[in-house]
Write a protein that binds this ligand. Sequence first.
Ligand code: ANZ
Length: 966
Amino acid sequence: MSETNSAAASEVAAPHRYTAALAAEIEARWQDFWDAEGTYEAPNPSGDMAARDEAQAALVAKPKKFIMDMFPYPSGAGLHVGHPLGYIATDVFARFQRMTGHNVLHTLGFDAFGLPAEQYAVQTGTHPRVSTEANIENMKAQLRSLGLGHDKRRSFATIDPDYYKWTQWIFVQIFNSWYDADARKARPIADLVAQFDSGERAVPGSTRAWSELNASERAEVLSQYRLAYASDAPVNWCPGLGTVLANEEVTADGRSERGNFPVFKAKLRQWNMRITAYADRLLDDLDALDWPDAIKLQQRNWIGRSEGARVNFPVGTEGDAITVFTTRQDTLFGSTYMVLAPEHELVDKVIPAAWPEGTHEVWTGGHATPAEAVAKYRAFAASKSDVERQADAKEKTGVFTGVYATNPVSGEQVPVFIADYVLMGYGTGAIMAVPAHDSRDFAFARAFHLPMRCVVEPSDGRGTDTATWDDAFVSYEAKLINSANAEFSLDGLDVVDAKARITGWLATRGIGEGTVNFRLRDWLFSRQRYWGEPFPIVYDEDGVAHSLPESMLPLELPEVDDYSPRTFDPDDADTSPETPLSRNEDWVNVTLDLGDGPKKYRRETNTMPNWAGSCWYELRYLDPRNDQQLVDPAVEQYWMGPRAGQPTGGVDLYVGGAEHAVLHLLYARFWSKILFDLGHISSAEPFHKLYNQGMIQAYVYRDSRGFPVPATEVEERDGKFFFEGEPVKRELGKMGKSLKNAVTPDEICDEYGADTLRLYEMAMGPLDVSRPWDTRAVVGQYRLLQRLWRLIVDESTGEVTVADVAEADIDEATLRALHKAIDGVRQDLDGMRFNTAIAKITELNNHLTKAGGAVPRSVAERLVLLIAPLAPHVAEELWRKLGHAESVVHQDFPVADPAYVVDESVTCVVQIKGKVKARLEVPPSISDAELEKVALADEKVVAALDGAGIRKVIVRAPKLVNIVPA
Ligand code: ANZ
């Protein structure tokens, strides 16, 4: 009889068995019920989502838990079983929190602006909104069938004008504020204007008073302060694609990843966010967060704080100086040449017309004049990416500029080079080279026959003659030598003291100062795209930028005929981007009254980057329908405000992939801090606890040409794999359509039901570890649910079979199994160890199955409550069958009786030379010393030792004693 026949036959015999068909019926019914009842609604303390009945009023009085997933981008391909791993986990956790006395906010929105929809629009002419909304609907249906307990009233997409109105509003707040470094916080730009106006603060770079400046001069000054500002930023311009690219989108040989077109470094007017102003606070506040160490470390490295000094080296005859940033100012006496980034502005100012007398041949690169050498070298460097320029192994290149600068402590003349290993975007774009103690400088100095001076005494016996060295001597422990001038000496000091000493000396002479440098750069915020939030910015006839008042928001995207940016001759660097929005002249040119009468303006035609919408969505979940405010402060305070153990406030649990370590999480933190500073929110951090789930991997099968073949059609024979008779290779990789190994949640739900899928995903292994999907193993969890069902329901009549037994009459073994399970599952769910929680439930289930007979009602009920967070549909069904009128969702999670949790005794094995000689029953809490005594006194052990002395006893209380005789 085939598998299906037997299943069908048993269904006839047992019409009330838990089957996929029954699961489907139960699941659909309860999902509809929960939706209709608003079971997962989390009431707010006030406003339109305040408690609507007594039950909700009781909820809002409880402690809150705000549990969040990184929200999905609704792709056209739909979900595979890997996607919902985190959503199921947060749902189980949220359900457990609901059952342990919390008002739980859990919902899910959609991150829906971005490139894929736009590219699809370019190819097909379908409006991105149409395709995106269809994808969202599809994804919502897929997610709904998993029984996720979301408060659906709170869901939205970043493309909803009601939502992006507030994204634009936040931009306006950022634009209209500046960072007051003394107060260490953002303040309204009006405060700064008042300071200029009153003369309290001088106008930077000008001797004129504020009142003497015209509107565009003022605008120019203010944009040096605004937290959102437009500036001419060096960007990766790709005429072939018609757009500016992020560094990550440019290949090592300076071409576009997509399309393989040349990319040019160009200066273009772009919007930026002054995230660098917050570098210190972004770093400091990490300490208050409950995040994985690895992610904190990535953020620290990304921010890249370096303590060092700025030092001026006089150059030329006009009082100019090259300012370097160094972290090793103690080695200043060893600086024998300098390097500027090729793009450094000072180069053009100081280069002489001809090479100075005695210039080394290799320094000139074979060029007739410094100007020619510099121009040629710049063209060469411009074709390289920053990553490539910094590669350590790379051969060092550069040219002499024809100029010498003065080492301010030794007074020596040091040649100034340009070289691509120095980047314009870091520090000051100039370095003092110390070839004896920096490996890159060493390599460069060797290639260009430059002198070296040893100023840190080698501790590895190599001596101080640099001519005999193979590499720089790098150490922070050693002592300084050869470092004295007429006024002071560093000789004999260690690195730390030498740094302090020389920094002080430089400062008193006005030659330098201690400084902190950050790797973090301002955030390039404009994109030449259609499918993003329009900027709430217009330019007046003088080109001055104005933000739109709230009454003009949202500024909606206009209709356009063509979604693609204009492209140009790929090799023509002298072009600049033309955005899709700029084509709609009616939208771009407007007459507006911004408070001083109707005037003509031009709209900004860039759009915001994809990150903008996810920078603050946690706040909108709190109060999604508020059309007066971004979020009601009382509501924000309730869900996100600081409290014990969470000094900076934030979401209680945020779950998502580790790939968002820096960009999204850093940007969201940055926006929170601005909103906090400006008094709009009480939480200075968006996400208090962060958890990274692992990935669901899948086997990919490749044929002899390396192409993936459909995984479901692969046969296994003797550990080898075949597709259509041909051998194929198996590897573990990602799951996805292109790899032909995607399994959809819909398939698994059809075959077993959503509860089985949920259990399987949670049982696969610890949540933070990646694990391979195995469809054949899913049935194991299906069987667990079938056994659970059979314990409570008669499969042929559908009647509940439990026995009404008084607690005192339940057998002790069952009570122990029950309370141990309750205790363990409680701890596991609280610690997000869902796999071990399932193992404990399975154990209890097996105990009850084996015990036979009718299960006591109170035991059955607690078993149902234990599994409710994991398998909510079957739990709800059984709970109702057991005679309850109220939903299982808001029941109290069972509490263990400690008396039944501790084992009375455990079996301890006593070994001699590794062989078991005795078994002892001992209390589980026995100490190592006590256990050793008991073991050595045991009759069998004494007999086995037969008077032999003892060399060693290894005790692992309470389970093992190992005796090594002499
Ligand atoms: C002299 C020196 C001597 C340095 C020595 C190092 C060792 P971090 O720690 O990453 O901040 N540097 C500064 N600006 C640079 C730029 N724009 N491009 C490339 N390199 C640059 O690194 C700081 C060090 O990196 C600085 O300290 C400088 O070299 C170099 F024994 O100055 B040092």
